[in-house]
Design a protein around this ligand. Structure first.
Ligand code: HDD
Length: 701
């Protein structure tokens, strides 16, 4: 602790040394002598118009807000780099995908879709995953989501979708939520949304953190190599820590206790040096195989099952630097799927085609004109030369007499680069002008059933609970009925289960699309399980057993797990043998919902103290309810007996096999904590112990 304090003081000393001569000025560079009082006619008199410092300061402040993004308003960004594992020249000429020794700088912005800029992080929603690669050939933006498909097939329906899911126009209620009449009215009237709704209502809709999410480019793009050969591609980000989610009850509580939970998690991880890492993968389909699948490869409501089209891992991205200024970077960054570099091209996916119009258009309103590419976060590292001029907020001082092409006066510069310039893939296009979709686009249910079939029984249960919450909040009974009828096309049992929770009769006819197969890769149970960077609350009070606690905390640290001591009051605790330990959080500044697991050390006095604290029992019960690993050593095991753990696990908890399986780790009459720590770390890596789900239905925490 003292070490930290000192380095902060040193930092401050260094700061004042470096900034010694920086005096407060106006925006015109005039030094300001006083900024705490406005200029008045007498101490109690009116403020004077001539106070230019006051007017400049207030005018700037009055205009500090810019329009928020129409969707994805709430977001959080970080810097990092990307590196390719091996040259990809066989498939694409994209320069940043050739040389493994090159680190391409990136900026990533994660976001929710529906809520306003100040809304909570924990909404059930799709998460945006947008990456800007600052390549030597110019900027490339991969503007994706954490779900591989989308709600609609054609961009012309995007305003309808968004109007239905945003707060209702009469009341502006609810904020950042799909659980209301208009969204479900739209869903039940638009069968193509069914598949995406299944994903959003699965655990994917409430990620544990941005570091535990996959990313997908969603739309079909093309790779084009130097010989002009093209292939269809889909892009993937795979998090090294695996794909994991929160529990819905936990997410709802977190939105109150810490609505910045995801932001804080990413920020803290980067500050600690636990840099989030994602592998980059591509699925490729040869041009001649375009029609060889039972789905249309241009349909954005379909994914390409990994079992049929494997994901080739070609590189990795590391996020290793937080922003210096949220507004300047995260808020002003402008992504656009049309920002591509040679080697990456578009497909005729009708959602992508519409996106290619929308993103450029929206920046004009949001960032105040056509010069947003000059804002530092948007500026390419590659040089920019063209004849575009003027407009709001032009930064560049364009020199010279000439702003047109061709020209004689400036030797025909800047010149198009016929050799290395971007050339669009020469896809042959013909057809009649029609407002129609291809026949295969009309199968809206097969992949929704495939997704449902791919879920484990426990994942299915959670999807049904999500339906009960979301559709249960719909006030119009006919809309609820229509939802049940619509999802009967996906699976009869699903529809029946949904109906049971929301006061609607189950469908008369058994439903389903007839699809029997599954795609195991889409289940989150097949993901990576890793304890690294997980956060554990250590509940302690005066009189804790220091040797026990130190052994466990040390083992957790070695496994890359982060610990935080929580006690009734912040400040120093004293162990039974006189050692000091700082409690970082007190009972009102935190809660079990902010941690992945709980550990309670022994020590007679410690446990007697904790036993008196209702908050501690609540903490344990709540963590148990949220299926989190819970560990107690020696006397601390007594706390489980007064909590709901013992009544819910009963005799079984005495059986180590069963209790380990449930993520409840205990040890008694022991000095050596190594096997206990090992079991606990394994339980933490297991994320949530879903097998408790049935038992926790009885817990009221
Ligand atoms: Fe979009 C923002 C992702 C369909 C129109 N979109 C936006 C962002 C992400 C996505 C991650 C936030 C970027 C940032 O952090 O600044 N959008 C997607 C994906 C889609 C998709 C993966 C389906 C494949 N979007 C989509 C359609 C349209 C838009 C069909 C319109 C036709 N999206 C926008 C937008 C936004 C946007 C209105 C709002 C702010 C912005 O662009 O810069 O233009």
């Amino acid at each position: 602790m003292t070490v930290e304090k000192k380095s902060k003081e040193e930092q401050l000393a260094k700061f004042s040394e470096n900034h010694e001569n920086e005096k407060l000025t106006t925006n015109q560079g005039v030094r300001v002598s006083h900024t705490d009082d406005s200029l008045k006619a007498g101490e109690r008199g009116p403020t004077l118009m001539e106070d230019f410092h006051f007017r400049e300061k207030l005018t700037h402040f009055d205009h500090e807000r810019i329009p928020e993004r129409v969707v994805h308003a709430r977001g959080f960004g970080a810097h990092g780099y990307f590196e390719v594992y091996e040259p990809m020249s066989e498939y694409t000429m994209a320069k940043f995908l050739q040389d493994p020794s090159v680190k391409t700088p990136v900026f990533v912005r994660f976001s929710t879709v529906v809520g306003s800029r100040g809304s909570g992080d924990l909404a059930r929603d799709v998460r945006g995953f947008a990456t800007k690669f600052y390549t030597e050939d110019g900027n490339y933006d991969l503007v994706g989501n954490n779900i591989p498909i989308f709600f609609i097939q054609d961009a012309i329906k995007f305003p309808d979708l968004v109007h239905s899911i945003k707060p209702e126009p009469r009341s502006e209620v609810p904020q950042a939520a799909a659980a209301h009449d208009t969204f479900w009215d739209f869903v039940s009237s638009t069968p193509e949304t069914s598949h995406m709704v299944m994903w959003v209502l699965s655990d994917r809709g409430i990620p544990r953190s941005f570091r535990h999410m996959e990313g997908f480019g969603v739309n079909t793009f093309r790779f084009v190599n130097a010989r002009g050969q093209a292939r269809f591609v889909k892009f993937h980000w795979k998090p090294k820590l695996g794909v994991h989610s929160l529990v819905w009850d936990e997410a709802q509580k977190l939105n109150g206790k810490d609505p910045d939970f995801h932001r804080r998690d990413l920020w803290d991880a980067i500050e600690r040096g636990d840099y989030p890492e994602y592998e980059f993968g591509v699925q490729m389909i040869e041009e001649e195989d375009e029609f060889n699948y039972d789905f249309d490869i241009l349909d954005p409501t379909k994914f390409w099952p990994e079992e049929q089209v494997p994901v080739k891992i070609i590189g990795r991205m590391v996020l290793n630097r937080n922003v210096d200024n949220f507004f300047a970077e995260t808020e002003q960054v402008a992504f656009h799927p049309g920002h591509v570099v040679p080697g990456i091209d578009f497909s005729n996916d009708p959602l992508l085609q519409g996106r290619l119009f929308s993103y450029l258009d929206t920046q004009l309103t949001r960032l105040g004109g056509p010069n947003f590419a000059e804002i530092p976060i948007n500026r390419p590292l590659a040089p920019v030369h063209n004849n575009q001029r003027d407009g709001f907020h032009r930064m560049t001082i364009d020199r010279g007499q000439v702003a047109y092409f061709p020209n004689y006066l400036q030797a025909n510069t800047p010149q198009p680069d016929t050799e290395h310039g971007y050339t669009h893939y020469q896809e042959k296009v013909e057809g009649r002008k029609v407002r129609e979709r291809s026949e295969k686009f009309k199968d809206h249910f097969s992949q929704a059933t495939l997704f449902w079939n791919s879920m484990s029984e426990l994942e299915k249960k959670r999807i049904i609970s999500a339906f009960h919450f979301e559709v249960g909040n719909v006030t119009d009974k006919n809309v609820r009925k229509r939802v049940v009828e619509s999802f009967n096309n996906v699976d009869g049992e699903l529809a029946k289960q949904i109906a049971m929770g929301i006061g609607v009769e189950p469908p008369d006819k058994p439903g389903g699309s007839g699809v029997k197969g599954s795609s195991p890769a889409v289940s989150m149970e097949t993901t990576v399980f890793d304890a690294r960077t997980r956060k554990v609350a250590v509940l302690a009070d005066n009189g804790f057993a220091s040797s026990e606690l130190n052994q466990v905390v040390e083992s957790l640290k070695e496994a890359g797990v982060v610990t935080e001591v929580v006690s009734k009051n912040q400040g120093m605790l004293r162990s039974a043998d006189g050692h000091e330990l700082e409690a970082i959080k007190n009972h009102s500044t935190t809660g079990s919902i902010k941690y992945d697991a709980v550990y309670i050390p022994g020590g007679r006095e410690n446990v007697d103290n904790l036993m008196q604290q209702g908050y501690v029992i609540h903490f344990i019960n709540e963590a148990f309810k949220h299926c989190k690993p819970i560990a107690a050593s020696n006397e601390a095991v007594e706390l489980f007996e007064v909590s709901q753990i013992s009544s819910l696990t009963g005799q079984e908890s005495q059986d180590p096999e069963v209790s380990d399986n449930l993520g409840v780790v205990t040890i008694q009459n022991a000095q050596d904590m190594s096997s206990f720590s090992e079991k606990f770390i394994k339980a933490i890596a297991g994320h949530r112990h879903w097998k408790r789900m049935d038992r926790v239905a009885k817990v009221s925490a």
